[in-house]
Each structure stands twice: as structure tokens, then as C-alpha cells.
Design a protein around this ligand. Structure first.
Ligand code: SAM
Length: 260
């Protein structure tokens, strides 16, 4: 790119990504709020609303260490259940299961701690599992839903992660991916470039004492396939009804697909 970034070998990529999430796992929420001006909360709300969670569903949130997406899925299911009960529709308690899978135990610990803070420490619906998006430990056709928020960009072989998502979903299961994407609007793009290449590394240094890892994260956003190319990868995996929605002019995009 015009910013002169060099190619990073795969092992180094994994190490850098690991560094970021180990160094920021403790102030991860603060960084997220600072970098997105709090917007990541709304983006995650939107992701979960597109999932249409339902009581009794089996859901897998990959790269979900912080629990941010899982808590929203659970909350959404609970509100559906409450409404059903008010109308006298729910007779038995459904066995909702939400699996949170992340490769980094530090990030999972952040999520577990937050679950305790929310009074969900003993919640029997939430399962915290250390694992790799590229080689999931779940059975074929076992999930109604799969989400990955700000995670797939960090995965070394995206195709493998998509194939695993497809494998673990049931027929009719929904795939949803929230990811930083590509901004094309000319003036907005210049502002966004300035923000990404100057402001984000400076924030990384200030908050996590780690400028290099944040510089790398910004570069990884640029190297991630654009909205159309990523949608094609999802189609090539076998998903149907593939579409995407841009938020804030493409700063983030939500891609979705169904396994039919
Ligand atoms: N989904 C959370 C959110 O939106 O707040 C966390 C996003 S965080 C930017 C990215 C997460 O991806 C980290 O927790 C990291 O450990 C995880 N991750 C990176 N590579 C992974 C892989 N191959 N499999 C599973 N998780 C991975």
C-alpha cells in the first residue's frame, strides 16, 4: 500500500495477533469503545438482531472470548421467552445452548469474568470453549446459528474457518459475520485512512503500550477481502442467500448466509 507495509509471514501473523489479544485482554473493552467511539455495541446489536435467536437454539459464537455477542444472544432469547410466557405459550423450559469458542484463554477469561459480574457465572446455557475457528470441536450439523464478530480477519486460513462454519451448522442454520471492511466513499475514505494509520496505533501505544500490534491490526483490515470478494468466498463455501449490509459506509459489514 502507499503506507509502505511489508508482507508479514504466517507464523509472525499469528504471533502478532496473539500479542494484541494477550496485551489488551484486560483493557479490551476500553480499547473497543475508544477505537469505535462506542459504536461496536450497536454493530453487535445489529448482528444479533439478524440472527433471530429463539429459545432452545444451539448457537456457536466463534472468536467470542469477551462474551459480547453471546450475552446479547442470551438476552435476546430471554426476552423472546418472557414474551411467550406472558402469552401463555411456553410450557416447558427449552434447552438453549450457547457455545463461546476462542483460541486465546486470556480472552475467554475476560468473558467468564464478565459473565460472573452479570450474574451469569452459573448460567447453564453458556459454555466457554478454547478452540480454533479452523478446526472446531463441534459435531457436523449441530448448530442452528454461527456468529463471528471481529474474528475472521485474524484467522490464518479464512476458507478453512468458513468450511468449518458450514460443517457445524444444521440445514437451515444461519451464518453471520461482523467484520471491519472497506470504505469506498472518497472523502470519508481519506478521513478513515488517517484515523486508521495515525490515530489507532497511537491509541494502541497509549492504552496497551503496544503500537506495533495495532499497526498490524490496521494493516490486516486493508488486506481482508472487500465486501464482494468475501461474499463470493461465502458462496464458494456452499452457503446460499448470501448477502451483506454495510454499516457506517463500509467501516464494518455484516455478511450472512444460510446452509440449505
Ligand atoms: N468477538 C469479540 C468481540 O467482538 O468483542 C472478540 C473480538 S477480538 C477483536 C478477536 C478474537 O478472535 C480474539 O479473542 C482472539 O483470541 C480470537 N481469535 C483469533 N484467531 C482465532 C482463531 N483462529 N480461532 C478462534 N478465535 C480466534
Amino acid at each position: 500500500t502507499s503506507f509502505g507495509f511489508k508482507e508479514v509471514p504466517e507464523e509472525e501473523k499469528s504471533k502478532l495477533v496473539g500479542n494484541v489479544f494477550t496485551s489488551v485482554s484486560s483493557n479490551y473493552d476500553l480499547m473497543n469503545d475508544m477505537m469505535s467511539a462506542g459504536l461496536h455495541r450497536l454493530w453487535k446489536d445489529r448482528l444479533v438482531s439478524k440472527l433471530h435467536p429463539f429459545p432452545g437454539m444451539k448457537h456457536l459464537d466463534v472468536a467470542g472470548g469477551t462474551g459480547d455477542v453471546a450475552f446479547r444472544v442470551l438476552e435476546s432469547i430471554n426476552s423472546v421467552s418472557r414474551r411467550a410466557m406472558q402469552h401463555g405459550l411456553a410450557e416447558t423450559e427449552e434447552e438453549t445452548q450457547i457455545y463461546i469458542c476462542d483460541i486465546n484463554p486470556n480472552m475467554l477469561n475476560v468473558g467468564k469474568k464478565r459473565a460472573i459480574e452479570r450474574g451469569l457465572g452459573e448460567n447453564h446455557c453458556l459454555h466457554w470453549i478454547e478452540g480454533d475457528a479452523e478446526a472446531l470441536s463441534f459435531d457436523d450439523g449441530s448448530m442452528d446459528g454461527y456468529t463471528i464478530a471481529f474474528g475472521i480477519r485474524n484467522v490464518t486460513r479464512i476458507e478453512k474457518a468458513l468450511a468449518e462454519a458450514y460443517r457445524v451448522l444444521k440445514r437451515g442454520g444461519r451464518f453471520l459475520c461482523l467484520e471491519l471492511s472497506h470504505v469506498e466513499l472518497p472523502i470519508f475514505k481519506q478521513l478513515y485512512d488517517y484515523y486508521s494509520f495515525s490515530v489507532i496505533p497511537a491509541m494502541g501505544e497509549l492504552v496497551a503500550g503496544d503500537r506495533e500490534s495495532y499497526k498490524y491490526l490496521v494493516e490486516s483490515i486493508r488486506r481482508f477481502p472487500n465486501q464482494e470478494a468475501f461474499a463470493r468466498m461465502i458462496v464458494d463455501t456452499g452457503f446460499q442467500k448470501v448477502e451483506y449490509e454495510n454499516l457506517v459506509g463500509g467501516v464494518v459489514a455484516i455478511h450472512s448466509g444460510l446452509k440449505l
